[in-house]
Design a protein around this ligand. Structure first.
Ligand code: SF4
Length: 328
């Protein structure tokens, strides 16, 4: 059986809301609210949901770029943190763990420093971690750029000289510099033209095969994750509502929210008729989520108990988890 590379247990990330002159703590934005999942070695785990549902915060909290509020994360058998036991990996050990865990950001324009040339951007991690410097670091940057489909001679150019797709390739090359095992891909193609999106996805798939990588792939676009991810979790207001392998989720979606998201995915065959489920109302605020099931204010199948009692997560088939009273 394939081993887990990432194990996330009961992860919570709350951002405090402060008010008044003395900045009194008056509440919390519950960006990630009790999320548990595993990612197997070599797997692409997709995380989907509307903007603001906590996908990116989940990715960044796993990497310990944001301080967790509760929960624990293990990476390759090593504990990164366990808030309950007050155990946090710090210092040199965390620095060395960071080499194995990288991130690709959404915006290929904002994530590259315009004052640094491409060679310096791609090799920055190598220099900071004392792996290479000077000419060696630049040679390595050239190799990485070529691995990502760009010319090595580009090391002397600056980010503004590249298109969006090329910049994202530079971002991928930078993430690969430290030879990581795991990469959080935070909406890496959302800011790109459709024609460029498939090129970047193909590159990421090829690199995954070649280098044995594992991805957490964050996206709001279900049509992208369908073909790219092995396993998909659907997130709503900070919590998972459904998790399954990609084929199961698209063949047999169970949660009303997943069904509504899937009904919005366009299909290329004009003869196929599909019923569109249009959700009413806006997404509630994560600072004041609804009582009971968080989705009840928009759910077409809402029952009385949904408004009072939060549903528990059930495994309806091996590896297919649903959080809804309809399956209880
Ligand atoms: Fe809808 Fe109730 Fe299921 Fe929530 S628990 S998704 S409100 S049916």
């Amino acid at each position: 059986m394939t081993q887990n590379l990432i194990e996330v247990k009961n992860l919570k990330k709350y951002f405090p809301i402060k008010a008044g002159i003395i900045k009194r703590h008056v509440g919390d934005v519950k960006a990630v609210d009790d999320v548990s999942f595993n990612i197997k070695k070599g797997e692409i785990f997709g995380l989907v949901g509307e903007s603001g549902c906590g996908k990116s915060t989940t990715g960044r909290t796993i990497l310990n770029l944001l301080n967790p509020t509760e929960g624990s994360v293990e990476f390759d058998g090593q504990l990164i943190y366990d808030v309950e036991k007050n155990t946090f990996t710090k210092g040199e050990k965390m620095r060395s763990l960071r080499r194995d865990m990288q991130i690709i950001f959404q915006d290929p324009y904002a994530c590259l420093d315009p004052r640094m040339n491409v060679g310096a951007i791609v090799s920055e991690g190598l220099v900071k971690h004392g792996i290479a410097k000077g000419k060696d670091a630049i040679e390595k940057a050239k190799e990485l750029l070529e691995l990502c489909g760009l010319r090595g001679a580009n090391v002397n150019k600056y980010p503004h000289e590249f298109s969006g797709g090329q910049r994202q390739r530079i971002g991928v090359a930078r993430a690969l510099a430290l030879e990581p095992k795991f990469i959080v891909c935070d909406e890496p193609i959302a800011a790109l033209d459709v024609s460029i999106q498939s090129q970047v996805l193909t590159l990421m798939q090829d690199l995954k095969e070649k280098l044995g990588l594992t991805y957490l792939f964050i996206s709001h676009d279900l049509s992208v994750v369908k073909y790219f991810c092995d396993c998909i979790a659907v997130m709503y207001l900070g919590s998972f509502v459904e998790e399954a392998n990609s084929l199961d989720l698209f063949k047999n979606p169970v949660h009303p929210y997943t069904k509504s998201l899937l009904s919005a995915v366009p299909i290329s065959d004009p003869t196929v008729k599909k019923e569109r489920i249009i959700l009413q109302g806006d997404v509630p605020s994560p600072a004041n989520p609804p009582k009971g099931c968080k989705f009840h204010t928009r759910c077409p199948y809402v029952m009385d108990k949904c408004k009072e009692t939060a549903p528990t997560t059930k495994e309806i088939e091996p590896g297919h988890f649903v959080t809804c009273h309809l399956v209880e």
